[in-house]
Design a protein around this ligand. Structure first.
Ligand SMILES: Nc1ncnc2c1ncn2[C@@H]1O[C@H](COP(=O)(O)OP(=O)(O)OP(=O)(O)O)[C@@H](O)[C@H]1O
Ligand SMILES: [Mg+2]
Length: 492
């Protein structure tokens, strides 16, 4: 059992997703670095202001500048927290433009007093007041802690982050839209190349005359583009394949022609051999018995060889698509005649004919269809023992005329069944047979049925062998007026 194949992404999707991911990545990295750098910068500036405020506040007679007013260094304070402790006394205040100066909660005071003096600024978050850059200094009387609000720094950096975020998002959306369009247009030629390849793949290249007219359109074979290279390579390959198929076809044609010519040429000398041997045997009352027997053998072998040559010629001509003469053929009298011929040839077998009382008309070559039925009946005769029941039937079914030949003989060896319709495929019994089958009978059946766009099938087991030939019915409106009513069944 194979694991189900994972669905792959299309090239178009991969390209667009790749572009979008790249842009988003670049946006995020550039944005984050910028925002971090800005924040660091602003915090450093705030720290410098904090130093300044501390210096002023702890100088003798110094004070914290009021919030909002420009300081002597030129900056304005935003929210500020101050804690002054001297001995047991602790005083604290929050100075902000949003409310009047208010003392800090005990918790906030304690948190601020934890800041070590002389260790520079650190960030402290106070409940309800936000984050501050806080620094402590040791004064002769105690400790002074001052914190400047980080609210503005945070607002500025958040703003910048938002701007970067929206710009990145807009860029990504735009890139996705334009990218999809561009990639689709760029890959359109690839679709046309694939369509050409698909059309070629659908051609029946394994049989028959081959014309491989499909080519990738000229505009998709530009060697300066990747798709063009694929298109050009495909065209080159199609050219080679066409050549190869044509030379294969030509050599097949030559072989067929050779077989047809050879068979044809052999007919005349064979007829002469047969004629002369017959003549000599008839006239040769004075010949010794051995010579007479030899002449009889020559005669029978030449008859057999004539049959073989006829079969080869017929197969070669069927391969070429020649030979058939089409007309409307009624399968009912055709089968009836063939069965009565077979019955004459094999009177020790029991023959049964089952035909409908109306004609079954197919479009075909009467002589060849007769040969098909005769070959099947001959097989049922020659490859079974005397007394075997052979039933032949014809019927109509859903647009098909169906002929079946069934016998209750020994059946076809299982090893032979897959090759049964191949040329020269025959069972051991046939090889040793007095008259010697050639193994072409069923190959001819298959070739003739195929040339009629029909099907032949076999089911065989000891005691029951059944050949079924299906031929498309002729499209005719005259069926009702044709007169040739046959007995529905004839037991021979
Ligand atoms: N009705 C059948 N019962 C048993 N074996 C069969 C039957 N029909 C065909 N066969 C087997 O299939 C083989 C191939 O048949 P096919 O008609 O092609 O050749 P053949 O009869 O041996 O020779 P040919 O028909 O050319 O004289 C036969 O040799 C025989 O072994
Ligand atoms: Mg045969």
């Amino acid at each position: 059992m194979t694991a189900p194949r994972r669905r792959q992404w299309s090239l178009r999707r991969r390209l667009v997703v790749g572009i979008v991911a790249l842009l988003a990545g670049v946006g995020i990295v550039v944005g984050s670095i910028s925002v971090l750098a800005l924040r660091q910068n602003l915090v450093a500036r705030l720290d410098a202001q904090l130093d300044r405020v501390l210096t002023v506040a702890t100088a003798p007679g110094g004070r914290i500048p009021s919030v909002g007013e420009p300081t002597d260094a030129g900056f304005r304070l935003t929210a500020t927290v101050v804690v002054v402790s001297s001995g047991d006394q602790v005083q604290s205040v929050y100075l902000g433009s949003d409310r009047p100066p208010t003392p800090l909660t005990e918790q906030a005071q304690e948190r601020l007093l934890q800041v070590e003096p002389g260790h520079g600024a650190e960030t402290v978050t106070l409940d309800g007041l936000g984050s501050f850059r806080v620094e402590a200094v040791q004064t002769p009387v105690g400790t002074t802690v001052v914190g400047l609000s980080l609210a503005e720094v945070t607002a500025t950096t958040t703003n910048l982050a938002l701007i970067f975020g929206s710009v990145t998002l807009a860029t990504v959306l735009l890139a996705a839209t334009i990218g999809t369009f561009v990639v689709r247009v760029a890959l359109r030629p690839l679709g046309r190349v694939a369509a050409t390849a698909t059309r070629v793949a659908e051609l029946p290249l394994s049989t028959g005359a081959v014309s491989l007219a499909e080519r990738v359109p000229e505009e998709d074979t530009d060697p300066d583009t990747e798709v063009g290279q694929v298109g050009a390579a495909l065209n080159l390959m199609l050219g080679h394949v066409e050549q190869a198929l044509q030379s294969r076809q030509a050599s097949e044609q030559k072989v067929r022609q050779f077989v047809a010519d050879a068979s044809h040429e052999l007919r005349t000398p064979l007829a002469s051999i047969r004629g002369y041997s017959e003549l000599t045997r008839r006239a040769g009352e004075t010949l010794p018995p051995d010579t007479t027997r030899a002449l009889a053998r020559i005669e029978s072998e030449s008859i057999r060889m004539t049959g073989l040559v006829e079969d080869l010629l017929l197969l070669a001509r069927l391969d070429e698509g020649r030979e058939l003469v089409f007309s409307e053929v009624d399968l009912v009298p055709l089968l009836a005649d063939a069965v009565s011929d077979a019955q004459a040839a094999g009177p020790e077998h029991r023959w049964l004919l089952d035909v409908p009382d109306h004609p079954v008309i197919v479009e075909g070559d009467g002589a060849r269809l007769h040969q098909v039925v005769a070959n099947l009946l001959a097989n049922a005769h020659w490859h079974t023992t005397p007394g075997t029941l052979v039933s032949a039937a014809v019927r109509e079914d859903d647009g098909w005329g169906i002929v079946t030949v069934e016998d209750d003989g020994p059946g076809i060896p299982e090893s032979l069944q897959p090759l049964l319709f191949e040329r020269f495929a025959r069972g051991d019994g046939s090889r040793s047979r007095e008259t010697g089958g050639t193994g072409l009978g069923l190959a001819i059946v298959a070739a003739v049925v195929d040339a009629h766009h029909g099907e032949v099938a076999v089911e065989s087991a000891p005691g029951r062998t059944r050949f079924t030939v299906r031929l498309p019915l002729a499209r005719t409106d005259t069926e009702d007026t044709l007169e040739d009513p046959r007995p529905a069944s004839m037991d021979a």
